[in-house]
Write a protein that binds this ligand. Sequence first.
Ligand code: AKB
Length: 312
Amino acid sequence: MSEKILVLGSSGQIGTDLVETLRNNYGADNVIASDLRQPSAERLAQGPFETLNALDAKAAFDIIKKHKVSQVYHLVAMLSATAEKMPLKGWDLNMQSLFNFLEMAREKHFKKMYWPSSIAAFGPNTPRDNTPQLTVMDPGTVYGISKLAGELWCEYYFKKYGVDTRGLRYPGLISYKTEPGGGTTDYAVDIFHKAAKDQDYTCYLGADSSLPMMYMPDAIKATIGIMEAPAEQVKIRTSYNVGAFSFNPEELAASIRKEKPNFKMDYNIDSRNEIAKGWPSSIDDSVAREHWNWQPEFSLEAMVKDMLKNLS
Ligand code: AKB
């Protein structure tokens, strides 16, 4: 029987690219996009869409049954910077929406579930360079606490109830189709929108705030890669470290200047810099490489060229 895939948060930064790739791979009718927000008429015409608040367990259940869903990619979350402004709302959205779907999977209404974690699940006492898969995790943000708790709940449902949960710890993600919203790493997307228009950029992170980052095509490759990996290869059911490259704002600006020599950046540092300081600066993803053959394709240089080409 062919898979029926539900993508929650389909209008978001990851969802937009993920739905497109899944539809190419599985057929448009087999991928149901869903979000609180209605997509554009153009996107609506590309395949099935359901308006859904992931906190509404009954409505979610009805959609799972209506479409005979077999797999769920749960991409609904309030990101780090926004959740710091509304901690309880962030916690509620990130955790309750997860439980709604874990419970349906436990009751065997669908088979397999993807839930993303993040480098935010690490904290100030985590080794910052080459952060290992298994290490100290003491997140200092609401978002990070929800990601660490969610990882552990996914593993719990796998061990206790046999739910096939899979997850990745995303670094900052860079894409041109949809902008991110409310993250600490968003500067690395905003900067391209300015550079492509030959405008200057004011950065809210410090010049030496180095963070792990990844280009969206690699994030989509990793996401579908772990979902399609044979179950016995997915030996970690919390979440896998995945990395591509790391840079700080100065290094990114220097890379952009190779394509746009007149690009200028200055700084107006805000509270997001404090969040970034508690996160890894680079990631050791050797366990994902070994277990299910993860391998990124884009270098920083290749990503910069591709971003500017697509935004210009
Ligand atoms: C954020 O900055 O909050 C996210 C993340 C690293 O998970 N992009």
